[in-house]
Design a protein around this ligand. Structure first.
Ligand SMILES: Cc1ncc(C[n+]2csc(CCOP(=O)(O)OP(=O)(O)O)c2C)c(N)n1
Ligand SMILES: [Mg+2]
Length: 584
């Protein structure tokens, strides 16, 4: 007979067996039984956050920086509902995450009991899967399944809601030897016929482009991608979610496509005759007006999730499979073709793309007064280097961080791409630093975003998680203000965060940082940027917050207005690039 233990003890043993080493959470009534045995675990470290949203984003940051499953924990009712935003975020960005929530006792479910919320129902559309556990005997199996589902196939968040009565019940612990998930068998191995057909189209194409999405990073396919690109010579674009999947320094890299992408990446897709989509999803921020997107291109669409294929754009060659396996199989076929003397003829296309890249590099104006935010971010990337991890918030600073930092490695650029969740950066940076303690982790946050989740600086300071935060402080909800400048006649309704009579900035970010036990610095002149970053780089025992007071009028360029055609890309305000008139 196995030893009798409580459901709560079984949960902790299960988490240990699943390999969870760090959990972010906050206790409360329904989950309280689990926190007692958690205190004794030598394998699982629980990090007490200040808000459950922080726990969820920290789990995401941990997962995105390491490739392992991130875990967060909350109590029932409001604790659980505070996890909704990060769960939705993880769902949009395919982040492997397990969220554990306490639920009211089984006998109380459905009675509007104190702190009862139907978190399964609430999160049904934003989880990859979710469970309600009312029988303590099910705990190990459900935890094992949750970790498996979260991390295999297309990764995503899985919620395990456990009734307090199950945590308190007496049970035995048995880790399942094998999982029984008859309806869940992600297809990882691509179909050979589709691979051959893809290779055939690639060889016949004269203007192909590798459209690389976040799935390439999730499937750890960056080495294979580089081999594919170099074997074929095909130009590469990396989406917001795929920055770092292919080195920015590589001559074949055209940059990021989409609303704020480079002219060369947008033109590369728009003018191509073949799009080879690898773990990307033809998001509206990339395609612009779908009916005018890449009108002359055939599409090879490879994705592990069959639901993505053909969702927005017809796929001529659909390939269901893990991107690493897809590229590996493609390489075998293409290498054999090459050995037989068959290679693609892309010479004039490659020259065309290189010409546009040279003619329309990313750039920005230096303002007559004040500090250019792009300059701050550019210097940060140069000084901290490509081994550091950069974690953005959402807004202008996010786009500049995607544009002006050179990414060379996967999992070094973390952001909220699909959901665009303000408040992601600080807690996600905290999770990334926990997962990769040896890496320098820079949160690049907006002054608006920072005010949503900066309370996690307390967690960082107390738990010894020395992240660095660059607040790109333009005093405004800058991205919204940019749209007001361009589309609402400069009527700045509710975007000024400093709209008050006094001369002091509210809040004073360096003082706020000091109050949280961090070092607070500020910088408002270009001459001081390097020295300030260097100073922040030297502080490794406590978190550092740098308030970069930047010019509020800087705008993100290039830009394609929402819903417009990619042909309408503006290189700067009222300045259209001329790629449209070039003949190929
Ligand atoms: C939770 C949430 N609320 C609102 C928005 C809409 N939104 C997008 S960007 C933005 C402004 C962000 O301001 P800030 O953090 O200062 O960044 P900036 O654009 O100034 O760099 C807002 C309000 C959002 N994306 N997320
Ligand atoms: Mg701002």
């Amino acid at each position: 007979m196995s030893d009798q233990i409580t459901g709560a003890q079984s949960l902790v043993k299960s988490l240990e067996a699943a390999g969870a080493d760090n959990i972010f959470g906050i206790p409360g009534g329904a989950i309280l039984p689990a926190y007692d045995p958690l205190m004794d675990s030598t394998k699982v470290r629980h990090i007490l956050v200040r808000h459950e949203q922080g726990a969820g984003h920290a789990a995401e940051g941990y997962a995105s920086a390491t490739g392992r499953v991130g875990v967060c924990m909350a109590t029932s009712g409001p604790g659980a509902t505070n996890l909704v935003t990060p769960i939705a975020d993880a769902h949009m960005d395919s982040v492997p995450m397990v969220a554990i929530t306490g639920q009211v006792a089984e006998s109380l479910i459905g009675t509007d009991a104190f702190q009862e919320a139907d978190i399964r129902g609430i999160t049904m559309p934003i989880t990859k899967h979710n469970f309600l556990v009312t029988d303590a005997a099910d705990i190990p199996r459900r935890i094992a399944e949750a970790f498996h589902i979260a991390s295999t196939g297309r990764p995503g968040p899985v919620l395990v809601d456990i009734a307090k009565s199950a945590l308190q019940a007496s049970t035995t612990f048995e880790w399942p030897a094998e999982l029984q998930l008859p309806g869940y068998r992600p297809i990882t191995k691509p179909h050979a016929k589709q691979i051959r057909e893809a290779a055939r189209l690639m060889l016949a194409s004269r203007k192909p482009v590798l459209y690389v999405g976040g799935g390439t990073i999730r499937s750890r396919a960056h080495r294979e991608l580089r081999r594919l690109a170099e074997l074929t010579g095909i130009p590469v674009v990396t989406t917001l979610m795929a920055r770092g999947a292919f080195p920015d320094s590589h001559p074949q890299h055209l940059g990021m496509p989409g609303m704020h992408g480079t002219v060369s990446a947008v033109a590369g897709l728009q003018k191509s005759d073949l799009i080879i989509s690898l773990g990307a999803r033809f998001d509206d921020r990339v395609t612009g007006d779908l009916s005018t997107f890449a009108p002359g291109a055939a599409v090879i669409h490879a994705d592990i999730d069959p639901a993505e294929i053909g969702k927005n754009r017809h796929a001529d060659v659909p390939i269901v499979g893990d991107i690493r396996e897809v590229i590996t199989d493609l390489l075998v076929v293409l290498e054999a073709e090459q050995a037989a003397g068959r290679v693609g003829d892309y010479e004039s296309w490659v020259a065309y793309c290189a010409g546009i890249k040279k003619r329309y590099p990313l750039g920005y104006d230096t303002p007559a007064d004040g500090l250019a935010p792009q300059y701050v971010i550019e210097r940060l990337g140069a000084i901290a280097g490509p081994e550091a991890i950069y974690v953005a918030g959402v807004g202008q600073h996010q786009m500049w961080a995607a544009q002006f930092i050179g990414y060379e490695h996967p999992n070094t650029w973390l952001n909220s791409g699909g959901a665009g969740t303000m408040g992601y950066s600080v807690p996600a940076a905290m999770g990334a630093k926990v997962g990769r303690p040896d890496a320098t982790v820079w949160s690049i946050d907006g002054d608006g975003c920072f005010q949503m989740t900066n309370q996690e600086l307390a967690t960082c300071a107390i738990e010894g998680i020395p992240i660095k935060v660059a607040v790109i402080d333009n005093g405004n909800l800058g991205m919204v203000r940019q749209w007001q400048t361009l589309f609402y006649n400069e009527r700045y309704s509710n975007t000024n965060l400093q709209d008050h009579a006094g001369a002091v900035r509210i809040p004073d970010f360096p003082k706020l940082a000091e109050a949280y036990g961090c070092v607070g610095l500020s910088c408002e002149s270009a001459d001081d940027v390097d020295a300030t970053i260097a100073k922040a780089m030297e502080i490794n025992d406590v978190p550092v917050v740098v308030d970069f007071r930047v010019n509020k009028d800087a705008m993100v360029w290039p830009m394609i207005a929402g819903g417009a055609s990619n042909d309408q890309i503006q290189y700067a305000r009222d300045l259209a690039p001329k790629f449209d008139e070039d003949d190929l």
